[in-house]
Write a protein that binds this ligand. Structure first.
Ligand code: G3H
Ligand code: 13P
Ligand code: ZN
Ligand code: NA
Length: 283
């Protein structure tokens, strides 16, 4: 059965490691995440974005992840990544997700608090965890000027107010990471993270973590990050392997001969991440 994200993150927070949250869009990636978690004896969060749900279908996502959770003994949670549509959040909960993110980062603080509370009112009585976002994480294509940092990054005092007025279970923050492939090396605002963690006692979530140097990830975990989101690094490993096989064997027409090795490549990168996050043998 799928496990609660809140319990996974509170244990990680107490013991000083982070749980990997890996984006899944298809069967091979669901299987790769489950297999990597089992090989590392690690708890793991599988997450589906609204785009993943549109691609694979909500019931397929839930069905595949539930099947993986039944097949392996390690704790597996299913989480909605960046839910921005209240109806979609409801549909995911009804479908069996054990956790949802409500991403109100584009709203004003007041609206974000109100919408997060609306999601919490629905999710809490049935034991579904809720992650919120404060600050704008954005994509690597969004050009962030140094002067704009304060407007984009999470304000520690706002974070304190937000958590006080919602009681949300975990909080995604903007401290310099971005979704997708980085052009240069990202620089994380660790001082801001430290301040946030002093004011906010709940697990902190790091998005856009693909492409962040290993030492920066480990420092962020030391400073209170308990959930690390990885999508792009899996996409890269998967597609690079597919491309290599197709280039080497242009006559190959069996999708299994292409997707099978791609799945193996995904297992390898996910295992590396689990070890980096310190969650091996924490199942
Ligand atoms: O937060 C972004 C994740 O990488 C999901 O991306 O919306 O293309 O599925 P996606
Ligand atoms: P990356 O694609 O940069 O790993 O970000 C993933 C993420 O934050 C999903 O919510
Ligand atoms: Zn994200
Ligand atoms: Na990234």
């Amino acid at each position: 059965a799928l496990v609660s994200v809140t319990e996974l993150l509170l244990k990680a927070d107490r013991e000083g490691y982070a749980v990997g949250a890996f984006n899944a869009n298809n069967m091979e990636i669901v299987q790769a995440i489950a297999q990597a978690a089992a090989m590392e004896n690690a708890p793991v969060i599988m997450q589906a974005s609204q785009g993943a749900i549109k691609y694979a279908g909500l019931d397929y996502i839930t069905g595949m992840v539930k099947m993986a959770a039944d097949e392996y003994k390690v704790p597996i949670a299913l989480h909605l990544d960046h839910g921005t549509d209240f109806d979609q959040v409801v549909k995911c909960i009804r479908s069996g997700f054990s956790s949802v993110m409500y991403d109100g980062s584009k709203l004003t603080l007041k609206e974000n608090i109100a919408m997060t509370n609306k999601v919490l009112d629905m999710a809490r009585p049935i034991g579904v965890s809720v992650e919120a976002e404060l600050g704008k994480i954005g994509g690597t294509e969004d050009h962030v000027h140094v002067d704009a940092k304060d407007a984009m990054y999470t304000d520690p005092e706002e974070a304190r107010i937000f958590v006080e007025e919602t009681g949300v279970e975990s909080l995604a923050i903007a401290i310099g990471t971005a979704h997708g492939q980085y052009k240069g090396e990202p620089h994380l605002d660790f001082e801001r993270l430290e301040k946030i963690k002093q004011l906010v006692k709940i697990p902190i979530v790091l998005h856009g973590s693909s492409g962040v140097p290993d030492n920066a990830i480990q420092k962020a975990i030391k400073l209170g990050v308990c959930k690390v989101n990885i999508d792009t690094n899996i996409r890269e490993a998967f597609v690079w392997e597919m491309r290599k096989i197709i280039n080497d064997n242009p006559d190959e027409i069996d999708p299994r001969k292409i997707l099978g090795p791609a799945r193996e490549a995904a297992v390898d990168i996910i295992r590396q991440k689990i070890r980096l996050f310190g969650s091996s043998n924490k199942a």
